[in-house]
Design a protein around this ligand. Structure first.
Ligand SMILES: [Zn+2]
Length: 276
């Protein structure tokens, strides 16, 4: 069994009228929106038991779907499904994914299955780019080998007939990636800002690029229950093609929670999982 990480009210302006339930003012996510001293306390993670609030959306997992696949995909896959849905990818579009973390890898899988042509992943370190190749990346650009935005733009143009990508998906979370990513789009292309779930600050940016290139720019916040339903079915059907279970690279006991966080902070793991 799994459940949607947040509950929207279903009755407010954004829920009921504008159909943007991820922007519901009442919406709170487990593990983020509730402090642990708030009763009945079991509202986060790192525990054997969890309290689910009324109207939480619950899904039964198919018997043939391993737990590791669901954990490995995690919130990254539903985030990517929602983001790509808003942006749209046409069949055989050339796509650049900025970032090779869990969201970048999931965006790669969603782009491929949405009919993308060539998918190019830009990121680091090497073990993450190797994971991207296992998920079907046609080309990878290693930030450590090609270290300047100008050189990466040249490489992306070489790989896209000189034009740039039809669609660029930002899955980095650093503001400088947005400045670079818009330049990686072809004229009339699409740009999705997906990685800025946290406020990472501001960046000097020239809006002229959006006008000159006639870009369509998209944002996407979290996900809805229907994205989780789609993710479960996607994982069940494509376990071999997209090995999300391999994302679970490190396991820790609950007593080792600090070590799990340190391992993630040092970029040593794909995903660090706490097994209570
Ligand atoms: Zn609402």
């Amino acid at each position: 069994m799994t459940w949607n990480s947040a509950v929207s009210c279903g009755q407010c302006y954004y829920c009921a009228v504008k159909k943007q339930p991820t922007r519901c003012a009442q919406r709170k996510a487990y593990g983020i929106g509730y402090p642990c001293d708030c009763t009945p306390h079991f509202l986060g993670g790192y525990a054997e038991f969890h309290y689910l609030r009324p109207r939480t959306t619950i899904f039964k997992l198919p018997d043939e779907l391993p737990t590791e696949s669901v954990i490995g995909a995690g919130c990254a896959l539903i985030t990517a499904i929602h983001g790509v849905e808003r942006t749209g990818i046409a069949w055989q579009d050339n796509v650049v994914v900025q970032g090779a973390g869990p969201v970048g890898i999931a965006a790669l899988a969603v782009a491929k299955s949405a009919g993308a042509g060539k998918v190019i992943v830009i990121g680091a370190p090497k073990h993450r780019l190797e994971m991207a190749k296992r998920f079907g990346a046609d080309e990878v650009i290693d930030l450590e080998d090609i270290s300047t935005p100008a050189a990466r733009l040249t490489r992306v143009r070489e790989l896209t007939g000189g034009y740039g990508a039809d669609v660029v998906l930002e899955c980095v979370g650093h503001p400088s990636a947005v400045v670079e990513g818009m330049e990686l789009c072809r004229d009339g292309g699409k740009y999705l800002v997906l990685g800025h779930y946290c406020d990472a600050g501001t960046v000097a940016f020239n809006p002229h690029v959006i006008t000159r290139k006639q870009l369509s720019v998209f944002g996407s916040w979290s996900s809805e229950p229907r994205h989780l339903q789609a993710a479960i079915e996607f994982l069940r059907r494509h376990q071999r093609e997209f090995p999300f279970h391999e994302m679970v690279s490190h396991r820790f006991s609950i007593e080792q929670a600090d070590e799990a966080l340190r391992t993630t902070a040092k970029w040593q793991s794909a995903k660090s999982v706490i097994v209570p």
